[in-house]
Design a protein around this ligand. Structure first.
Ligand code: HEC
Length: 129
């Protein structure tokens, strides 16, 4: 067998090994989302979307670190003592007469509540992609 052939075979084996990884990741993702659905948390991919939305879209007004900008700070310190129902209503329905827009077209009320809860606990960072 020539060196080139051997290299080709070795390469092929390596590709196979690499291809095996996404399948195990998929299995983990599926198991994760099933568990998330049961605990009323948004499922894996949706949770990532919501985290991204808060960091990017809400961050545009509330600051990229959520420490305040046009809108007030949404840090754990700022949010921990605020009533959850009122914060949920603000996110879902907006605050008429202020720049705070309603987000009902982008998320369910349960998801707005999840965001309000997560803000009060300290909002997660965006997962690296
Ligand atoms: C266009 C700018 C803008 C965007 C985008 C925006 N907000 Fe706001 N937000 C505001 C302003 C301004 C206020 C203060 C309203 C007032 O004067 O009561 C506010 C208020 C709030 C409050 C109430 C805070 C408090 O201390 O009472 C929460 C919670 C909130 N926003 C969450 C969010 C979330 C979550 C998002 C993204 C899904 C978001 N906001 C996107 C401008 C914005």
């Amino acid at each position: 067998m020539s060196t080139t052939q051997r290299a080709a075979i070795e390469n092929h084996r390596r590709m196979k090994r690499r291809r095996a990884v996404p399948f195990s990741l998929l299995a983990v993702a599926l198991t994760g989302s099933t568990l998330a659905a049961r605990s009323a948390e948004p499922a894996g991919e949706r949770a990532r979307e919501l985290v991204r939305m808060v960091r990017q879209d809400c961050g545009a007004c509330h600051g990229m670190r959520l420490t305040g900008g046009l809108g007030p700070a949404l840090t754990r310190e700022a949010m921990v003592d605020k009533p959850l129902d009122s914060m949920t209503a603000t996110i879902y329905g907006g605050r008429p007469g202020t720049p705070m827009p309603p987000w009902r077209a982008m998320m369910s009320e349960a998801e707005a509540r999840w965001i309000a809860e997560r803000l009060a606990r300290g909002f997660p960072e965006e997962a690296p992609r």
